[in-house]
Design a protein around this ligand. Structure first.
Ligand code: MG
Length: 211
C-alpha cells in the first residue's frame, strides 16, 4: 500500500451537520499506512486516543481496497480497480480540525494520529456485489450513532476513485475512505463500538493515551 486516501464531505447531511459550506467536489486528504488498525471478523480491537488534544470524533465510512492503480482513470477503469470492501472509522480531532478550518490550514494534524484509521476484514468485491445498497452502521455502547449506504454519497465509490486519480496517481493496495454520513460524535475512553456492513462485524474498545 502506498497511501490511505480519505474523501470528506461526500454526504450532504454530514456536511450540513458540521455547518460547513458544501464544496462543488468532496475534499481529499491522506493518512499514512502506519496509523492504520485492522480488526479481524468478530474481533474486539483495543484502541488508543489522544485525550489531551480535545474532542475525538468517529466517522463511520465504507472503505475500498484497490486491486489496480492508475492516473486519470475513467469510470469503467475506476469500477474495475475496486478489489475489496470493508467498513471503518476515520477518527478525527474535531476541535483541532475546527481551528484549522478557521485558519485555512491543512487538516493533517486533526486527521493523522495513532489508531486514527480503523478498518474491519476485507470482503472481495465478487462476494459483496450489492455493497452499494447494503447499510453500514456504527453503534457506541449499544446505541446506534451512524447508519448509511453508498447510494447516499455525492460521488459513488467508482466516481471517488476517478476523481482522486484525476488529481494524483493511485496504486494497487491503496485504501479509500469514502466519507461519512451524518451522526458523527465524540468517543471517550471506556466507550465500546460495534461496526457492521453486510457480513462484516467487529468491535472496538477505546483507551486513553498510549502509555
Ligand atoms: Mg471522514
Amino acid at each position: 500500500m502506498d497511501k490511505i486516501v480519505c474523501v470528506g464531505k461526500n454526504y450532504l447531511e454530514h456536511a450540513k451537520e458540521l455547518g460547513d459550506a458544501i464544496p462543488e467536489k468532496p475534499v481529499l486528504f491522506l493518512k499514512p499506512p502506519s496509523i492504520l488498525r485492522q480488526a479481524r471478523q468478530g474481533e474486539s480491537l483495543n484502541l488508543f486516543m489522544p485525550i489531551d488534544r480535545g474532542c475525538v470524533h468517529h466517522e463511520c465510512e465504507i472503505v475500498i481496497q484497490l486491486q489496480k492503480g492508475g492516473f486519470r482513470m475513467d469510470h469503467s477503469e475506476a469500477e474495475r480497480a475496486i478489489g475489496a470492501v470493508s467498513v471503518g472509522l476515520d477518527m478525527t480531532l474535531r476541535d483541532k480540525q475546527a481551528e484549522l478550518k478557521k485558519s485555512g490550514g491543512p487538516w493533517t494534524v486533526a486527521k493523522v494520529f495513532p489508531d486514527s484509521a480503523i478498518i474491519g476484514p476485507w470482503v472481495p468485491i465478487e462476494n459483496f456485489s450489492n455493497f452499494l445498497e447494503a447499510p453500514f452502521s456504527l453503534k457506541i455502547n449499544g446505541v446506534l450513532r451512524q447508519e448509511g449506504r453508498a447510494t447516499q454519497m455525492r460521488l459513488s465509490p467508482a466516481e471517488c476513485i476517478a476523481y482522486i486519480s484525476e488529481n494524483f496517481p493511485l496504486c494497487a493496495g491503496d485504501l479509500i475512505f469514502t466519507g461519512t454520513p451524518k451522526g458523527v460524535n465524540s468517543v471517550v475512553p471506556g466507550d465500546a463500538g460495534m461496526l457492521t456492513f453486510g457480513s462484516i462485524e467487529f468491535s472496538l474498545l477505546w483507551h486513553g493515551l498510549k502509555p
